[in-house]
Design a protein around this ligand. Sequence first.
Ligand SMILES: *Cc1c(COP(=O)(O)O)cnc(C)c1O
Length: 359
Amino acid sequence: MPDRVYNFSPGPATLPVEVLQQAAIDIVNYNNKGIGLIEMSHRSKDFMAITVEAENLIRELLNVPQNYQVLFLQGGASTQFAMVPMNLLGPGKKGSYLNTGVWAKKAIKEANIVASAQVAYSSEGSKYDHVPADGDYTVDPAAEYLYFVSNNTIYGTQFHTMPKSDKMLVCDMSSDIMSRPFDITPFGLVFAGAQKNIGPAGATLVIVREDLLDRVAETVPTMFRYKTHAEKGSMFNTPPCFAIYTIGLVCKWLKKIGGVPAIEKINREKAAILYEAIDSMDFYRGHARKDSRSLMNVTFNLPTPELEARFVQEGAKRGLDGLKGHRSIGGIRASIYNAFPKQGVIDLVAFMKEFAKSA
Ligand SMILES: *Cc1c(COP(=O)(O)O)cnc(C)c1O
């Protein structure tokens, strides 16, 4: 096993070491076939099997029924901000949005280019320190869907339960997909950039209810239609082969350790250790309101920006890497996704205690 730092990076983020080791072998020589994984045709039998297996594992882990399509697309989660309204709304139609952070706000901007967005709720006025509860907002009756971001990566807030609505839900789950079980049936569409919780950068997972594929207008270019990719099993054009393969490996790893319910338990343990430390010392202040705290990204501040800079630097020297908060809120952010080891959280808390004493 190589000497590894504890990687608190928000994304691309830490992956299970056994996944990296397997990928390192397969990149050079896939399955002893004498050909490297990333030089194989995407239409080869071997690669088609990799894609089908990855899809089936996702279906199994997330309990996705057959009337949903599972797609691997490119362009990052950010492309979905536009593709969602292009496919589900179109001119004259409206989606309802919960503005709980930068990623939600960017999605609202794109929705207003393509169609129109009702902003049913915004926590921008309090630096996005919380997410709304059901009843804190009213969805426009004319809206086609209710769009939200389940975990706000930058601010460290998360919906502890999914919003309830008579509209179908659309969700950006980029930073918490597969971190906890959820019932997909109220959702029309779920998407996630792979690079936070399920793989490397390059692929965006889209799970979309089949009956929605036909909503798309003739004016939407071919590559931007979900239908195009659904009809071709994500092989309309060259897909992000390496990312799909690695997502498959991450899913196998997750399945082996007990699936999504098992990882949720570990995620809760890790987050509890860290929040407990923050709450027990006056020196540290959590950014997120307690009712909205994220299990994936833990954000906090020290008394001054100078101390925060020193904390990040000294942490890195001890192998606690990537703790700097997002430039929009500063402070510290510890991203502790599925693959992040519990021992890294324990080490971080030990460092926090020492640092608070010495500062
Ligand atoms: C990182 C992130 C994005 C942006 O993802 P890209 O793949 O870089 O476009 C969108 N939404 C959320 C919630 C994120 O965490």
